[in-house]
Write a protein that binds this ligand. Structure first.
Ligand code: NDP
Length: 488
């Protein structure tokens, strides 16, 4: 029997049984309202939109669509709440933030299931990464609330006022935590808008916020589409905008806020370089490549979507990579064995498909595992592109899906030049046995975060953010407090 036949026989005899996470403990309402001034209220114009499960196209719930009038109400509530919240003793503010963290932990299973239902990500990721990290973020910033004078010695930090926060669909609860926790710890009040396709965990968070006893109006959550976001950005009584999303919308927001005195932080797209040197531990690096690009279906701003492999080990790495993606399990996000879940929306699936066509038309060589994709819902097989060059669009542009562009290099200088040659500058990864190489590359790579012998690791204590078209400002760590304070 040939080696290939042997592998196929082995795979066929090792299929996994289904291991779906139960949804019995989840109660999802038929209809969700806006969370304004501590209460759930109907939208002024009575408009609603559906949120659907991307793995089967079934409607999950109806969600209120906030118009300008609702945003006005939310900003007014946040402004009214600001006086008492901003002057509350830091120790007391910290207790509320801590309470929110504890409540997220208590209801972690519920959050994980809703996140996977609404967004399509594998339950393994929402359960082990998104939700614990979200709780962690609140815990971490709860600790800073009464220590701001130590964070900024002799500077007398003051909260800015009302913060408008707009978040995307790839890490819905985690992005809400990244935005809310530092804003609350520093004494700001908030109007937050979740993404249209993934509003449910933010609305569950609103229930927790109510339960925590946080004073009314300190956090307001308005659901809706881009127009709702634009109403927040353009509202004259908003003092700060924090945005995570596409570079295109980020540019629009930068223009809209220019000259208004509004403070701004932008966390935008990326095209991360993952660099494998010949002296790396190759099997670990292959696992790292998989995690870098296929984590969360590649819907990750800091994904390692460009792979650079040193020429001497390129054949070996690509062979092992192909072998590894053949074993990835694609399917039901609620199944605990699933590696790759559903693509978040039909629109995003179309974007990814267009890029795959562009890659083929540009002459790149494609590799996809032979897998059967589910009949309903939005699915994309993990995809490798070989024989690509710097000028290819699949190398330059953010695809935001499970598509990896692979290039080779010979020298360190060559790979630094290639890695830095994109409009983005968010993340990079370096795989080598040599510490000196790691330190050299971290200095030379234009990226806000550089991982060494790992990828996609996040921690509340560590700042995250970009250069160039990946945006500006940092979230996480002590640095994450800066965007929410001003000094006399
Ligand atoms: P967007 O930038 O459009 O969405 C991000 C958030 O901004 C959402 O809440 C969105 O609302 C809101 N928004 C949209 N238009 C406006 C506006 N004019 N003013 C204020 N807020 C607005 O990303 P998309 O969902 O359209 O994704 C497109 C591409 O963006 C992806 O393919 C990917 O490349 C990139 N992206 C990057 C992310 C990152 O983390 N860096 C995250 C998400 C996307 P709504 O959802 O209701 O449209």
């Amino acid at each position: 029997m040939s080696k290939k036949e042997n592998t196929n026989k082995f795979k066929a005899s090792w299929t996994y049984d289904k291991a779906p996470e139960s949804t019995d403990h989840i109660q999802i309402k038929k209809q969700y309202e806006l969370f304004i001034d501590g209460k759930f209220v109907k939208p002024v114009k009575g408009k609603y939109f559906d949120t659907t499960n991307p793995s089967n196209d079934k409607k999950i719930a109806r969600v209120a669509e906030a118009t300008k009038e609702d945003v006005n109400k939310a900003v007014k509530a946040a402004r009214n709440a600001f006086k008492n919240w901003s002057t509350l003793d830091g120790k007391e503010r910290g207790k509320y933030v801590f309470r929110i963290a504890r409540l997220i932990q208590e209801r972690a299973r519920e959050f994980a299931v809703i996140e996977s239902l609404d967004g399509g990500k594998p339950i393994r990721e929402s359960r082990d990464i998104d939700i614990p990290l979200a709780a962690n973020h609140f815990f971490y910033y709860a600790g800073w609330a009464d220590k701001l004078e130590y964070a900024f010695p002799n500077k007398k930090p003051k909260p800015i006022g009302v913060a408008g926060q707009i978040i995307p669909w790839n890490f819905p609860l985690l992005m809400a935590a990244w935005k809310l926790a530092p804003a609350l710890a520093t004494g700001n009040t908030v109007v937050l808008k979740p993404a249209e396709t993934t509003p449910l965990t933010a609305l569950r968070l609103a229930e927790i916020i109510q339960q925590s006893g946080l004073p009314d109006g300190v956090v307001n959550i308005v659901t809706g589409a881009g127009e709702t976001g634009a109403s927040i950005v353009n509202h004259p009584d908003v003092d700060k905008i924090a945005f995570t999303g596409s570079t295109g919308v980020g540019k629009y927001i930068q223009k809209a806020t220019a000259g208004t005195g509004k403070k701004l932080t932008l966390e935008l797209g990326g095209k991360g370089a993952n660099i494998i040197f010949e002296d790396a531990a190759i099997d670990q690096a292959v696992e790292g490549i998989i995690n870098a690009i296929f984590f969360n279906q590649g819907h990750v701003c800091c994904a390692g979507s460009r792979l650079f492999v040193q020429e001497s080990v390129a054949d070996l790495v690509i062979r092992k990579l192909k072998h590894r993606i053949d074993t990835l399990i694609i399917g039901d996000p609620l199944d605990k064995n699933t590696d790759i879940g559903a693509i978040n929306s039909k629109k995003q699936l179309q974007t990814i498909k267009n890029y795959i066509t562009i890659g083929l038309n540009e002459g790149a060589e494609i590799y996809q595992p032979k897998c059967t994709l589910p009949k309903f819902g939005n699915w994309c097989a993990p995809t490798l592109f070989m024989n690509v060059s710097q000028s290819h669009r699949i190398v330059q542009e953010e695809i935001f899906g499970p598509v990896l562009a692979i290039q080779t290099f010979r020298t360190i200088d060559e790979v630094i030049e290639k890695a830095n040659n994109t409009p983005y500058g968010l993340s990079a990864g370096v795989w080598t046995d040599k510490g000196s190489k790691i330190f050299y590359l971290t200095q030379k790579l234009n990226a806000g975060v550089v991982w060494a012998n790992t990828f996609n690791k996040f921690d509340a204590t560590s700042p995250f953010g970009g250069y160039k078209e990946s945006g500006f400002g940092r979230e996480g760590g002590l640095h994450g407090l800066y965007p929410y304070v001003k000094f006399d």
